[in-house]
Design a binder for this molecule. Sequence first.
Ligand code: C2E
Ligand code: MG
Ligand code: MG
Ligand code: MG
Length: 278
Amino acid sequence: QAKAAGRNTLRFFDPEMQAAVAARAILNSDLRSAVRDRQFLLHYQPQVDGAGLVTGVEALVRWQHPRRGMVPPGDFIPLAEDNGLILPLGRWVLETACQQLAVWGQREESSHLTMAVNVSGREFRQKNFVDDVLAILRDTGASSARLKLELTESLLLHDVEDMIAKMAALQGEGVSFSLDDFGTGYSSLSYLKRLPLGQLKIDQSFVQDVLDDNNDAAIVRTIIALGQSLGLGVIAEGVETQGQREFLARQGCQAYQGFLFGRPGTADDLLKGCKADD
Ligand code: C2E
Ligand code: MG
Ligand code: MG
Ligand code: MG
């Protein structure tokens, strides 16, 4: 007890640690007001087929901080997952993405587009997640068949039966699933077979060096083959060069996302032809 207190006291006076704790506390309270005041917006990044045609987008949240400007999700999503703000934020993301999807659904040139939405573990594990998603689809009028939820393998560390049941319930209503950042997590192949997935998303870390690193090339080849033998679609994320695209195409990959095809941008940018703005 005394020892622990002593350690804490020492830590408290470590200026670097103290500064980090203070910065986190500020970010925490800023994030709370951000959720209240809706300081967020969604950007949309195109996903393309083998011919380079846009088939859909991934919605990516941005925080327009009143003093710091645009804060990338990597800087606040983990915090929001820790402090629970991911629940109201994730709901806002789903509602906003589905509203956009409904708008696109009403125009001929955009009615084919699918919307991929990232769902964090804490959101997905909520008891009412399935009903909440279905209510949002109903309220916005978005087509469930065009909604794709991106989950990560970290969900498999929790209640897998509950995960399968929720996925199956949503799939029964037309919603599909993609396993994001695939290859970086904890998937066991036996689970993979049981999840009602539509797609594997090859993590960008493997795509990045695929032309120079034999191990990454082997992993990418294996994921594509795995997807094919399980009857799943495979999309590669983080495709930046024509060389990477050609390698992926040679291995049988049929869908791509990355700066080569378009950066995340506003809905208007997307319709104008995927112009970059961040
Ligand atoms: P993610 O879902 O794997 O999204 C892909 C990330 O890669 C995005 O970063 C995207 O901007 C970036 N990216 C796309 N193409 C390229 C490329 O060619 N090269 C490089 N270097 N990067 C590329 P972003 O927007 O910063 O998002 C980071 C992560 O934050 C996402 O990774 C996702 O895990 C999380 N995230 C973003 N939006 C949401 C959200 O609405 N809800 C939740 N729960 N998480 C989100
Ligand atoms: Mg994603
Ligand atoms: Mg990813
Ligand atoms: Mg990623």
